[in-house]
Ligand binder design. Structure first.
Ligand SMILES: NC(=O)c1ccc[n+]([C@@H]2O[C@H](COP(=O)([O-])OP(=O)(O)OC[C@H]3O[C@@H](n4cnc5c(N)ncnc54)[C@H](O)[C@@H]3O)[C@@H](O)[C@H]2O)c1
Length: 282
């Protein structure tokens, strides 16, 4: 193991599906920085098989876990503590899924069973993971938990659907649990609000290319890539960020603070400001 920012640290990475996954890049960078890892994903994703390439590369164990199942999360923590011979220092929650998005249902006509599933998989799962860790004291003092979010938690993105509610809840869970875990064990809980990124989950959202190009042209630094996100997660897991907790941190090249940019004014808009009139005529 090479020395690095995470030397001697151990952690669970949830959500590496394939080489495009943000979690995949985080696992690679965490390993490069000296961390020991357990990789976890849903049983169906583990059966797909790509995760074993990552496991080989990072010398990690793979444990299948459906993050909606508390019993499976308990078993994951039990096995991980055996593998680590003790507690862990960090967790990445990089999990999201909306059956409403997958089925292409319009936001004004959602299936509420699907919506419950969206919230359970994409947000409540973080509470379940934190709750199991808290009750079993599985994270060392000054440990760090990071969940990946998107700015649709604060702003309306017309096709992001019920994932917007999931991200708002996810960020809220970081704030609420961050208090309790901070008081108990000085464990930090933060969300990182990432730029649009070309992954399986990202490209599943209708109009993803427009999301991607718009924020890329809007942001003074351009979109952050999954590699950039992985570097930031490593920093968040490290001891250099020990007093950062209960935050939603925008990791988006400056997009979240922008109104309009020269690039958009000069190069992108073909609209003459008559969109509404055209729409009303239809
Ligand atoms: N790609 C983007 O544009 C973007 C932007 C901001 C935030 N994010 C967030 O980043 C995170 C990772 O997504 P990604 O873009 O790397 O896509 P991805 O598809 O590679 O990752 C999503 C992961 O969730 C896992 N998952 C789904 N249901 C699960 C379950 N029941 N139990 C356990 N795991 C389950 C999938 O197997 C997959 O590995 C998500 O929270 C996503 O919302 C993505």
């Amino acid at each position: 193991m090479k020395p690095g920012l995470l030397s001697g640290k151990k952690g669970i990475i949830f959500g590496a599906l394939d080489a495009n996954s943000i979690a995949w890049k985080v696992a690679e960078k965490a390993h490069e920085n000296g961390a020991e890892l357990v990789l976890s994903n849903a049983p169906i994703a583990v059966r797909k098989g790509d995760i074993y390439q990552l496991a080989e590369k990072t010398h990690s164990e793979v444990i299948a876990t459906d993050v909606t199942r508390v019993d499976e999360i308990e078993e994951l923590f039990r096995q991980s503590r055996e593998i680590f011979s003790g507690n862990m220092d960090f967790i990445l929650h990089s999990v999201g899924m909306s059956p409403n998005v997958r089925k292409g249902l319009h936001y004004t006509d959602l299936d509420y069973n699907y919506m419950s599933k969206t919230l359970d998989v994409s947000a409540i799962s973080l509470h379940k993971i934190l709750s199991v860790a808290y009750k079993t004291d599985a994270i060392n003092d000054w440990g760090s938990v990071v969940a990946l979010s998107y700015i649709a938690a604060q702003r309306t993105f017309s096709t992001y659907n019920d994932m917007a509610q999931a991200k708002a809840m996810l960020e809220s869970i970081c704030r609420s649990f961050g208090y309790h875990y901070g008081m108990k064990r000085k464990v930090r809980v933060n969300s990182v609000s990432q730029s649009p990124t070309v992954t399986s989950a990202g490209t599943g959202v209708k109009g993803f290319n427009s999301f991607y190009n718009f924020s890329n042209c809007m942001s003074p630094l351009g979109n952050s890539s999954s590699e950039d996100c992985a570097d930031f997660c490593v920093a968040m897991f490290s001891d250099l960020t020990r007093k950062v907790t209960m935050q939603n941190i925008f990791h988006d090249g400056g997009y979240s603070t922008m109104g309009i940019s020269d690039k958009l004014i000069d190069d992108c808009f073909v609209c003459q400001g008559d969109c509404h009139e055209k729409h009303d005529e239809q």
